[in-house]
Structures are given as C-alpha cells and as structure tokens.
Ligand binder design. Structure first.
Ligand code: SAM
Length: 234
C-alpha cells in the first residue's frame, strides 16, 4: 500500500469515527431530553409542576387576539399537561394539535379531555427532531419550551420548524422566562429573554406585534417573571 493510500484510509477512518461519535451525542441529547420529561410527568401531579396554571389565560387572550377563525389550525408545542387545549376546544376551535416530547403528559391530557379530545391531533414528538408538515398551522403556541434551548443549534432547528410549518400571515406566540426570570426550570438551565432578544432569535420574517411580561406564582409559592411575544409571519 502506498503512503498516499494509507493516508486516505486513515482520513476515512477518522471521518467515520467522528460521524459515529456525533450521532451518539445527538442520540444522547434526544433520549436524555425525553427521559427527563417522562420522569417529571411520572413523578409529579399536573398541578405540582412549577409552571402549573389552572388556565393559560394570557395565551388564550393572545390566541383570540390573532383573529384566527374557529377552523384555524393551532399547534401547542410542548403543551405538556396544560389545559390550553381544553379551553380552546370549549371556545369552539376545531383544529387543535398538541405536541409534546412526553408520552406520559400527552396521555394525561388525552384522558383528562375524554371525548372532547377525540378530534384533536396528539403528537408525541421532539420538536427539534421532527419535520412538521409545511404550511400546516395558522397559530403556533409555545409556553416555556423555547427557553430550554441554551445553544444555537437547537434554536435554529426550532425556528426552522416554525418557519416551515406556519403559514404566511400566520401567528407565533412564544413565552419564555423574562430578563428577571429564574435561571433554571425543572432543574435545567434556561435562557432569559426580553422582547427584542427573543424576537432576534426568530428574525425579520417574524413581525413583532406585541409583547408583555407577567409574574407567575408557582404552586410552591415562588414568583417567576415570564415574557410573552406575539409575532406575525410575513
Ligand atoms: C415547562 S413545561 C411547559 C408545559 C406547558 N406549555 C405549560 O405551559 O403548562 C415544558 C414542556 O415542554 C416539553 N418539551 C420539552 N422539550 C421538548 C421538545 N424538544 N419537544 C417537544 N416538547 C418538549 C416538556 O415535556 C414539557 O411538557
């Protein structure tokens, strides 16, 4: 074997090893994330998690303010065990999707809703690893999911999914911890945003319509600052 061939073989071997460890890291991140949330929902009652609210009033008000019709397609990303879907259905919205990485959470919500949930789309999926259908949604809602993305790569994957799956003229409502919010949620590091820095993550195609801050009281008695941003897709 010539020196050149040997070098080429070594390069291929190194590239193969690099790919394998990259895939292993990706798998670890994906399964690690899922394991974390399954454990949370298997060990805590729906009203015992720090983000619990009996009704997501601010989200509901924002969704109503988008002017979306009752037949509009609405996705609640990382809906967990929240009652947003129940409240949307009881207000007459007919095309609601709940997506969450935790099967436990989705099953709890399905069970709670009973027949009222029969016409919903339920997706057990990682929003960072799932290509949502192009131009499928009129309204994208996320309360307290995006702020868990502490590095650039998953944030880009998330924004690409929003850009692909929300229709032009559609509405994007994202809520994160605000600038004075906690540094951790559910034991995980989070990002904190003000309206400008959150909007910067999405870019110019997303026109910022309104933003607000809210103080959330956790069931454990702490106060957490949340930020809500509502953008329209141009
Ligand atoms: C802090 S909880 C908020 C739950 C709900 N939005 C609420 O306001 O009550 C975050 C939720 O996001 C889900 N989640 C976290 N990472 C996710 C991902 N990559 N894809 C889909 N869901 C995810 C978790 O399972 C959990 O239900």
């Amino acid at each position: 074997m010539t020196d050149r061939n040997r070098k080429q073989q070594q390069l291929l071997y190194n590239a193969d090893r690099a790919c394998k460890s990259l895939f292993a890291a990706i798998e670890y991140i994906r399964h690690g994330r899922k394991t974390h949330w399954e454990k949370v929902y298997k060990t805590k009652a729906p009203d015992a998690v720090s983000w619990y609210l009996p009704h997501l009033e601010t989200s509901l008000a924002l969704i109503e303010r988008t002017g979306a019709s009752l037949s509009s397609s609405i996705i609640d990303v990382g809906g967990g065990e929240s009652t947003l879907a129940d409240d949307l259905v009881s207000r007459g919205y007919q095309n609601v999707t709940v997506l969450d990485i935790s099967e436990t959470a989705v099953n709890v919500s399905k069970l709670r809703m009973g027949e009222a949930g029969d016409h919903l789309q339920w997706l057990v999926a990682d929003v960072l690893a799932t290509e949502l259908e192009p131009l499928a949604y009129d309204v994208w809602h996320d309360r307290a999911v995006f702020h868990f993305l502490t590095t650039m790569e998953p944030r880009l994957a998330y924004v690409q999914n929003v850009a692909r799956s929300v229709k032009r003229g559609g509405h994007v409502i994202v809520s994160t911890f605000g600038p004075e919010g906690p540094r951790k949620c559910s034991g995980l590091e989070v990002m904190r945003y003000d309206a400008d820095s959150l909007h910067d993550q999405f870019g110019a195609r997303f026109r910022l319509i309104e933003s607000s801050q809210e103080l959330h009281q956790t069931p454990q008695g702490a106060t957490q600052q949340f930020l809500y941003c509502y953008c329209r897709v141009e």
